[in-house]
Design a protein around this ligand. Structure first.
Ligand code: IDP
Ligand code: MG
Length: 140
């Protein structure tokens, strides 16, 4: 298996409930390493750009408002097949469909306030990592 990096975001519903450490423990127990991390507050412009792929979806406006409603923790996770591995430990978008033991099953409030973001392909991971981090901020 190839070592990869993926972009993760601990979303406002989770930072609000002080769940950063619990979520990070799930990543680390799965074998993923947190090789970069910072807590910040997204601007509407940044959130809108980050989720631009969903611009035509009916939930886009609400999604942007939610993502700027509180602090987020952006992180780079590294490990074997990190993109797929992270999607696996996150669980399905809708927590009602998420498997037992996944972050969304354990912590998400609903399909929107679902606690974590994770890149869905290697190409998107590279772009999303570059959106938030410079090379010297990532230490593997
Ligand atoms: P993903 O986060 O599992 O990759 P996407 O389809 O890429 O799911 O959607 C991005 C984010 O938009 C979701 O994580 C969630 O916060 C929000 N979202 C997705 N579908 C819905 C919906 O039907 N209603 C409200 N929010 C949604
Ligand atoms: Mg997605």
């Amino acid at each position: 298996m190839a070592t990869q990096r993926t972009l993760s975001i601990i979303k406002p519903d989770a930072t609000e409930r002080n769940l950063t450490g619990k979520i990070n423990a799930v990543f680390e127990e799965s074998g993923l390493r947190i090789v970069a991390q910072k807590r910040l507050r997204l601007s509407r412009l940044q959130a809108g750009e980050f989720y631009a792929v969903h611009k035509e979806r009916p939930f886009y406006g609400e999604l942007v408002e939610y993502m700027v409603s509180g602090p987020v923790v952006v992180q780079v996770l590294e490990g074997d097949s990190a993109v797929a591995k992270n999607r696996e430990v996150m669980g399905a978008t809708n927590p009602a469909d998420a498997a037992d033991g996944t972050i969304r099953k354990m912590f998400a409030e609903n399909i929107e306030r679902n606690s974590v973001h994770g890149s869905d392909s290697e190409e998107n991971a590279a772009n999303e990592i570059r959106f938030f981090f410079s090379d010297i901020e990532i230490v593997g």
